[in-house]
Design a protein around this ligand. Structure first.
Ligand code: SAM
Ligand code: DTB
Ligand code: SF4
Length: 336
């Protein structure tokens, strides 16, 4: 093979060192983008992006102290606490999301951990959403082994639980649960044969080594998360990180590109923070290998670009929305 042709079909690696990843980050931008784009094209349709819609099924009043989060009771002006949403309202939202073109519906709860008293209600929501023909995802804080198994049985396709940052920087952002707690939850999710959705946040005041460390934490898990959300910090007033300095947007693009190179078969999600990004910056993230987004004008409690805007962006870029891989056919579609 001529030397200038890059062969990026790397074996799936779980032994990355932080130094190696820092070296990827430090590549000239065009070289990094070329490598990421080459890997992306070897593993995915480069013009297809998966879309999920988020719904907050239990908002506010969370006991954790995550420095970025408006739902923590530890911060002033945190969002108002609400009870767990009733099933019919969840299904109404899921139906609308499906009609609008989402293939996955992700339900988030502002909980430190899932309590057994809520397990059956959430399991019923999962089954109901699955029966609409959508892929299902939940993010409910820490889980126990038996809870993960029950959610799988109910039809859960993905569990979102982020490492958020590097092990070294983690304690500067969250003090009420440990990095190891997060890894434990993720291992229960994997053992229950639920797809793992795990990523982190960029722009919290971490340094370059922390960004590399976060990606090493994700890629060196026993298997790569099937979905890797890369969030740009949404600065919410009243949270300790509200006045953080903006990061160089090209550092965010580099994070997407390096995640794409390290986890070549995973969906990399251009996650929170799109509301503050230009269309051109988002286009660069897609070029760097991002191939999923949250779709709909709300994330959990903060704003996301409107559907019209995203449809226009997809059309300008020639992007198509990916069909769900794990979704059940909608009940009505079954022939009897
Ligand atoms: N309470 C559960 C938990 O923390 O595991 C689930 C919901 S929590 C809101 C899910 C993830 O959203 C967090 O791990 C964090 O990565 C992300 N997130 C929360 N607030 C954010 C913000 N202001 N900007 C970017 N990402 C944020
Ligand atoms: C993830 O990594 N990002 C999403 C999802 N997982 C649950 C959440 C982003 C939340 C942004 C702040 C908010 O809307 O409250
Ligand atoms: Fe609670 Fe999750 Fe927000 Fe942390 S990120 S405060 S656990 S809702």
């Amino acid at each position: 093979m001529p030397e200038n042709v890059i062969k990026t079909d790397q074996i799936i690696r779980h032994n990355w060192s932080v130094e190696e990843v820092e070296a990827l980050y430090a590549l000239p931008f065009a070289d990094l983008m070329y490598r990421a784009q080459t890997s992306h094209r070897e593993n995915f349709d480069p013009n297809a992006v998966q879309v999920s819609t988020l719904l907050s099924i239990k908002t506010g009043g969370c006991a954790e102290d995550c420095g970025y989060c408006p739902q923590s009771v530890h911060h002033e002006q945190s969002v108002k606490a609400e009870p767990l949403m009733p099933l019919d309202k969840v299904l109404e939202n899921a139906t609308q999301a499906k009609e609008a073109g989402a293939s996955r519906f992700c339900m988030g709860a502002a909980w430190r951990n899932l309590k057994d008293r809520d397990l059956e209600r959430v399991a019923t929501m999962v089954t109901g959403v699955k029966d609409l023909g959508l892929e299902t995802c939940v993010t409910l804080g820490m889980l126990e082994d038996h809870q993960a198994k029950r959610l799988k049985e109910a039809g859960l396709d993905y569990y979102n639980h982020n490492l958020d940052t590097s092990p070294e920087f983690y304690g500067d952002v969250i003090t009420t649960r440990t990095y190891q707690d997060r890894l434990d939850t993720l291992s229960y999710v994997r053992d229950a044969d639920i797809n793992v959705c795990s990523g982190g946040i960029v722009g919290m005041g971490e340094n370059d080594t922390d960004r590399a460390g976060m990606l090493v934490g994700l890629a060196n898990m026993p298997s790569h998360p099937q979905s890797v959300p890369i969030n740009l910090l949404v600065k919410v007033e009243g949270t300790p990180l509200a006045n953080n300095e903006d990061i160089d947007p090209l550092e965010f693009v580099r994070t997407i590109a390096v995640a794409r190179l390290m986890m070549p078969k995973s969906y990399v999600r251009l996650s929170a923070g799109r509301e503050s990004m230009s269309d051109e910056l988002q286009a660069m993230c897609f070029l760097a290998g991002a191939n999923s987004i949250f779709y709909g004008d709300k994330l959990l409690t903060t704003d996301n670009p409107g559907m019209d805007h995203d449809q226009k962006l997809f059309s300008r870029l020639g992007i198509n929305a990916v069909e769900g891989e794990h979704a059940a056919p909608a009940k009505e579609a079954c022939s009897h």
